[in-house]
Design a protein. Structure first.
Length: 577
């Protein structure tokens, strides 16, 4: 039984009335070659497509949109493709994070301003998933998120390569003089062999898994490699299902419950997720009026081990192996009763339905609870006088010897200053040195760039070291690894305690104790605070000006303050004159 009739659809207000304005809408639609039979009695489905010539992760979307349209037509809907920002992680500077909220606003307003009844959101590259979902949640129309899928495994000299993760690793070896330029170029040409997003458990794979675990994608869809024919079939299935969701009036507010958010967080922790998960999931949940906090990550992280043996938390396998081993549904099966069975998905059925029958083909790739990759969740939240509003570390991807560490700070106020430090083979430091980059947060970057995996200085590389404790108010790529403490909040640029740190101050990191401290007296910090001078504003006009006036800090999800849910959902019905 359907929950909606044709007369109740939003698009009816544009097309179905016997008046001058509806006549104009119909005539201009026929101008594009459509007949009334194409839209009469049918829901109109927006396909928000983030394809562009500057987005390698979404290079296949020009093709996949045709499969989505096929599914919409098969189910009796009218598909309308609407292009949106592609947010290429590879090309956009200083950071796609600067523009995540722009895509979220664009998505919301595309759905609001057009005669749309439901939507398929096509994304996958890091910021596109949270941005599309945030905008669609705020609009609250039925939607399905269609994940781009990971690319195929990289290959160099007979070895599997993981995008990002192995690039970082081999670049350190080149800086250390162990790899020639010719070898580097060979590796460069083999690390990204197909369309699709990163095939490590980086931010892209994490966020598509989070979207599925929250119930916003078809079951199993986030694991399918982009180049697999199953991805084309899944795209068609998205088109068919979203038409049914419109008639069922299955809106995101019925899917995204506190249980759904907890499930998404639990699955994220078990995947060995990107540190970026914290920022994006907080922002997504709060759009759904669920007040997710940093403490919730620590609560679930303490009892949810890493089960996905995928780089960078794992050492061998990549997302293609994860798919062959059973994919995200197999990982959910391994989690057992850690998932809340009350949550549903875009299918209208419980997330856990069918998990008991889900096969697991390789338990070294997708580990059981009795044999985890890491005994706790992927991320740990830290607090202390250096980060009173929190910071994050990924202990599953760093050497345990750094879990408790004390050493002197070496502070860089900018990335160019950092480069001088790390590229000087004789810069004075020791293995205990804590390298710090500040003024790289939401305001300071601007846009909180992925500078947080600070390069290991040449002075330590020549000693054979490949890791050290590093601290920043920046983010890092989800494909990164190492003893990196990130998202320090409040950031230095707005006068957070990180702005008061000086080179030579002793820093104490205690991962088991969830603490990050600078061993400086309160009296001395008060003196430094009184001397601190705020930096000059970065922007005087345009989007950057709006961004700096309204961006929230990392612990709040870096959303715009005027999009907070306490302001309520805006009227989704534009006036049609």
């Amino acid at each position: 039984m359907t929950a909606k009739t044709y007369e109740q659809l939003r698009s009816v207000r544009w097309f179905a009335h016997d008046d001058w304005r509806s006549s104009a809408h119909r005539s201009r639609t026929m101008q594009m070659g459509y007949d009334p039979v194409d839209w009469e009695g049918k829901p109109i489905i927006a396909i928000i497509n983030t394809w562009s010539d500057a987005q390698p992760c979404h290079a296949h979307f020009k093709d996949r949109v045709q499969f989505v349209k096929r599914g919409v037509l098969q189910a009796g809907g009218f598909p309308v493709e609407l292009p949106a920002l592609s947010l290429s992680e590879n090309w956009v500077k200083p950071s796609t994070m600067l523009y995540r909220n722009m895509l979220a606003m664009e998505t919301e307003e595309l759905l609001r301003s057009h005669p749309i009844d439901g939507a398929v959101l096509m994304g996958g590259c890091d910021k596109t998933t949270p941005a599309l979902v945030m905008g669609a949640i705020s609009m609250n129309l039925p939607f399905i998120f269609l994940p781009a899928g990971p690319m195929l495994r990289g290959n160099y000299a007979g070895q599997y390569l993981g995008s990002g993760t192995d690039m970082f690793k081999y670049w350190d070896e080149r800086r250390a003089g162990n790899i020639t330029k010719e070898q580097w170029l060979d590796m460069e040409s083999g690390i990204a062999r197909s369309y699709g997003h990163c095939m490590t458990m980086g931010t892209a794979s994490t966020m598509t898994a989070v979207a599925e675990a929250m119930g916003l994608s078809l079951p199993g869809s986030s694991s399918i490699p982009a180049a697999d024919s199953a991805h084309q079939r899944m795209s068609t299935q998205c088109g068919r299902r979203v038409v049914e969701m419109v008639w069922e009036d299955l809106t995101p507010e019925k899917i995204i419950t506190p249980a759904a958010v907890d499930n998404a967080l639990t699955v994220a922790m078990a995947t060995g997720c990107s540190t970026n998960t914290i920022i994006h999931l907080i922002a997504m949940a709060r759009r759904a009026k669920i007040p997710l906090e940093l403490d919730d990550f620590d609560r679930i992280g303490r009892t949810t081990p890493v089960l996905a043996n995928i780089r960078p938390s794992g050492t061998t396998y990549l997302m293609e192996d994860f798919f062959y081993a059973g994919g995200i549904r197999a990982l959910m099966k391994q989690l057992g009763d850690k998932l809340d069975p009350s949550a549903i998905t875009v299918t209208g059925r419980p997330l856990v339905e069918g998990l008991a029958e889900t096969p697991i083909y390789n338990e070294d790739v997708i580990r059981p609870l009795s044999n985890p990759v890491y005994h706790e969740g992927s991320l740990t939240v830290l607090k202390g006088n250096l980060c009173p509003d929190g910071a994050v570390i990924k202990p599953a991807a760093c050497d345990p010897k750094f879990y408790r560490h004390r050493g002197p700070a070496l502070v860089a106020d900018s990335y160019p200053e950092l480069k001088k430090i790390v590229d000087d083979p004789d810069y004075p430091m020791t293995p205990d040195t804590v390298l710090v980059l500040r003024n790289a947060g939401p305001q300071g970057g601007p846009g909180m760039p992925e500078w947080g995996m600070l390069p290991v200085p040449k002075a330590l590389l020549k000693l054979g070291l490949r890791d050290m404790v590093r601290i920043s108010d920046a983010r890092m790529s989800g494909t990164s690894y190492g003893a990196c403490v990130l998202h320090v909040a409040p950031e230095a640029y707005v006068g957070g305690p990180l702005a008061l740190l000086k080179t030579g101050d002793i820093i104490e990191l205690d991962v088991p104790g969830r603490r990050l401290e600078m061993l400086v007296s309160e009296e001395e910090l008060a003196r430094r605070r009184a001397e601190w001078v705020p930096p000059e504003p970065r922007y005087e006009r345009g989007y950057g000006f709006m961004y700096t006036k309204h961006i929230e800090q990392a612990d709040k999800g870096c959303d715009f303050d005027f999009l907070r849910t306490e302001f309520g959902r805006p009227n989704d019905e534009p006036v049609i004159y």
